[in-house]
Design a protein around this ligand. Structure first.
Ligand SMILES: Nc1ncnc2c1ncn2[C@@H]1O[C@H](COP(=O)(O)OP(=O)(O)OP(=O)(O)O)[C@@H](O)[C@H]1O
Length: 251
């Protein structure tokens, strides 16, 4: 099975002289939910920028659905959707227009797009806001629009930065359900988050980064075992960071 995301030996960053990422290697298979975790400045966003093709590797490669960006730029871009932590919406487009525009950009057939939009509006309790402009939406509602756009497309790879921040409890539940549905349809999901208990419960795979390097990876249980058999992911993460800073290996 071709991985939805395959990163091999990725060294990269903002300047050739001082890379941020050092030989990062991991992959995400279709239907898998992967959590990307690390302290502030660990390199998560930089990794995501490389995946999105906003930055080019100094060494190594990134493949999405089997393709490198330089092999087929349009297909590569159409194979991933990204939801950033800060919503960015067009000020003159309503919620419904955003969804229509996204569907068109990603080639989702119109009737199917309408069906999916209606379903997502119901799931996220946004039915009454479909004709609103972004200015009239709350912060969490704007985040919901971003998520609805990404879920409407359900591309091979879905990347979400801090998925649960700013969402009310029902929206959090709705998102978890929608991500499960996307996963069941074969969508690979990469979540970058500091909320470790949420990932511990739901991710099939965790990627732990520190100072631009991958310091542990595997299922939540494997990561806890690699951290010396810690009881929770929070404990495991703290132990892994401490070990990385001491240059030691544990477990
Ligand atoms: N635009 C930039 N120019 C130069 N260096 C940058 C830039 N953005 C980030 N960096 C550096 O790259 C490193 C990794 O930052 P990155 O944003 O990838 O971290 P992160 O893991 O996403 O952190 P956070 O959890 O705070 O979002 C840091 O040392 C940071 O200072």
């Amino acid at each position: 099975m071709i991985p939805a995301l395959d990163i091999r030996g990725l060294t990269g960053g903002y300047s050739q002289r001082k890379p941020v990422l050092h030989e990062v290697t991991f992959s995400v298979r279709p239907g898998e939910m992967t959590g990307l975790i690390g302290l502030n400045g660990a390199g998560k966003s930089t990794t995501i920028k490389h995946i999105l093709g906003l930055m080019l590797p100094h060494a190594g490669e990134v493949r999405v659905a089997g393709l490198r960006l330089d092999e087929d730029r349009d297909k590569y871009r159409a194979s991933c959707a990204y939801v950033p932590e800060q919503p960015s919406l067009f000020p003159n487009m309503t919620v419904a227009e955003h969804l229509r525009w996204t569907a068109m950009a990603y080639g989702v057939e119109q009737a199917e797009a309408e069906r999916r939009s209606a379903k997502l509006a119901g799931i996220f309790r946004m039915d009454k806001a479909m004709n609103n402009l972004p200015d009239t939406l709350s912060k969490g509602m704007k985040q919901k629009v971003m998520l609805m756009n990404a879920l409407l497309v359900s591309p091979p790879l879905l990347i979400i930065d801090e998925p649960f921040l700013g969402l009310d409890p029902l929206a959090t539940r709705a998102l978890i359900g929608a991500l499960e549905d996307a996963r069941e349809q074969g969508c690979a999901i990469l979540l970058s988050s500091h909320i470790l208990p949420a990932l511990e419960r739901r991710a099939n795979q965790l990627i732990v980064m520190h100072q631009g390097r991958l310091v542990a990876s595997g299922t939540p249980d494997e990561v806890k075992a690699a951290a010396g058999g810690q009881p929770t992911l929070d404990d495991a993460f703290e132990a892994l960071v401490a070990a990385a800073e001491e240059g030691a290996s544990i477990g």
